[in-house]
Design a protein around this ligand. Structure first.
Ligand SMILES: NC(=O)C1=CN([C@@H]2O[C@H](COP(=O)(O)OP(=O)(O)OC[C@H]3O[C@@H](n4cnc5c(N)ncnc54)[C@H](OP(=O)(O)O)[C@@H]3O)[C@@H](O)[C@H]2O)C=CC1
Ligand SMILES: O=C(CO)[C@H](O)[C@H](O)COP(=O)(O)O
Length: 494
């Protein structure tokens, strides 16, 4: 990522001082810059003193580092060489609490530390990413013109960058972007898995994804478009020239290795903010289960072969593929709703003053969750208003009209998945999500009664006004009076 960003800045006329523990890596980046004609635009530095002397003041420093202690170490090493007015853009996927801690550390020195989420993968780092900056407004205003130059552009040519909010808001919104990404990826891979069990070939599925990406509610969805593309890629270095996808093992590990943090943090945050995020939680659980392949093999053997998916028996394959498309769309919408609701709660809790119009703009192009229909038709009207009350798409008539339209297809797909032991956690969770969050007669009446029975946790009564808020109920019923140990067990047992 860092190398791509360095080349992108150089391409935009910026003189770049590069610093990395590996000189070889720096030499490679410089060679690429030279080959691209950006002569002497990138210079390498092996110590921070020389680097900071090279940079003109106020200095602009861009971090592209692994999350956690590395950022602290690099910041600590740089700080003695920096001065008031210098600006640091932390372009990694850092935890927002680390960002805010570093902002506090820098505050008295006049150095600005900005949390700048960057999305679109390493290709976008080179070609122009979606950029999600947060922090001190004065410093943000200084860097926005440069960021606008390097950012991805939406289809109207407008840069996919904008001030997100105070403190760690930029990194927070990027973290939730990744949570939404995981919900969408889970639904898409589940649909892919079902098409495989329909007996479809990899390239045939790629062609279906291409159609989905070309028109309808999944049009312009980056993750679908790369799915279409990757389905046709062959490894020409291998003698049998196989499709690469046919060789990829079913293992997603970066939550477990800690290589990336956003999968864990986005789910932790959904729980911390008390937001029901069925799709995101379950998508994460699928990643976790997939990571431990060895344990899955062991459990498979222990259970005499596990519960492998059967071939899907269908009357009408084309109709089922259309159901899959609608179900995938519904799960993508569920992911967006859940993610936005986490952001909304956190925004209120931290008072970040998030600019939702800018959140909309940065998700319009260049990022992994880019989904043109969702952006143009669902998010546009709601987020552009910048009104917090509009952010919850469960209250948006157009979103809910779409959900209602796709719900039967989602239900048919989940029912088929259950029938044939297909893996469909995010699709199933999305079905449950819509059922539950719009439900007005949940079985939690019984749950609440049991809680009151054993814990005197109180309940509200049906038919009373003013019971919509998540506040403790007013009633306790003495379901079973507490009795002494003697009364409970009888003398003989004591
Ligand atoms: N990969 C992606 O698609 C995306 C990644 N990101 C985020 O961008 C950041 C970078 O990602 P990525 O490029 O994939 O990760 P890499 O691990 O490839 O790059 C991290 C860089 O940090 C350097 N580094 C490690 N430790 C130190 C240290 N102590 N001091 C100075 N530099 C150090 C590494 O140096 P070296 O290895 O040379 O020793 C390497 O150049 C991460 O926060 C990631 O979450 C964001 C969006 C997309
Ligand atoms: O931030 C990203 C995209 O938005 C990076 O690609 C990141 O490496 C994805 O990893 P994870 O699936 O663990 O979030």
């Amino acid at each position: 990522m860092g190398g791509g960003l360095a080349l992108l800045f150089a391409e935009n006329g910026v003189n770049v001082g590069l610093s990395d523990p590996s000189e070889k890596m720096m030499d490679q980046v410089i060679e690429k810059a030279e080959n691209a004609g950006y002569h002497n635009k990138i210079k390498k530095f092996t110590d921070y003193g020389a680097l900071t002397k090279y940079l003109s003041k106020p200095r602009l420093l861009v971090f592209s580092l692994p999350h956690g202690s590395v950022g602290d170490k690099v910041l600590g090493g740089l700080m003695p060489h920096l001065s008031k007015g210098d600006i640091i853009l932390d372009c990694g996927n850092e935890h927002f609490a680390n960002t805010e801690r570093r902002q506090t550390k820098c505050k008295d020195t006049g150095i600005h530390y900005l949390g700048v989420g960057v999305s679109g993968g390493y290709q976008a780092a080179r070609a122009g990413p979606s950029i999600c900056p947060g922090g001190d407004e004065e410093a943000l205003k200084m860097v926005i013109p440069l960021l606008e130059r390097i950012a991805a552009k939406d289809k109207n040519g407008k840069p996919c960058v904008g001030i997100i909010g105070r403190g760690g808001a930029g990194h927070y919104v990027k973290m939730i972007h990744n949570g939404i990404e995981h919900g969408m990826m889970s639904a898409i891979c589940e649909a892919w898995g079902m098409m495989r069990k329909l007996g479809m070939g990899y390239e045939e599925i790629g062609n279906v994804f291409k159609k989905w990406n070309d028109s309808g509610e999944l049009r312009g969805t980056f993750l679908i478009s790369i799915g279409a593309d990757l389905s046709h890629k062959r490894d020409s270095a291998s003698p049998s020239n196989p499709l690469v996808i046919s060789q990829v093992l079913d293992k997603v590990v970066q939550d477990v290795t800690g290589e990336e943090g956003t999968g864990v943090w986005s789910n932790t945050e959904a729980i911390e903010q008390h937001v029901p995020a069925f799709t995101l939680n379950v998508a994460h659980a699928l990643r976790l289960a997939s990571a431990y392949r060895g344990e899955r093999v062991q459990a498979n053997e222990t259970s005499n072969g596990g519960f492998p998916a059967e071939k899907l028996q269908l009357q009408d394959k084309e109709a089922f593929i259309e159901d899959l498309r609608q179900a995938t769309y519904a799960a993508c919408v569920a992911s967006y709703i859940q993610g936005l609701n986490v952001i909304l709660r956190a925004d209120k809790a931290h008072d970040w003053n998030i600019n939702y119009a800018n959140v909309w703009q940065i998700w319009r192009g260049g990022c992994i969750i880019q989904a043109d229909y969702i952006s143009d038709v669902l998010l546009s009207a709601r987020l552009k208003s910048r009104n917090r009350e509009d952010v919850n798409l469960l209250f948006d008539p157009k979103t809910m009209e779409d959900v209602r339209k796709c719900y039967p297809a989602l239900r048919r797909v989940v029912a088929k998945a259950v029938e044939a032991d297909q893996v469909a956690p995010a699709l199933s969770a999305s079905l449950e999500y819509f059922k539950v969050v719009t439900g007005t007669d949940l079985p939690t009446s019984f749950y609440e009664a049991e809680l009151d029975y054993f814990g005197s946790h109180m309940f509200d009564k049906k038919g009373e006004k003013g019971t919509g808020a998540p506040t403790e109920g007013k009633y306790h019923f003495e379901w079973k009076p507490a009795t002494s140990q003697k009364q409970e067990y009888g003398k003989s047992k004591l």
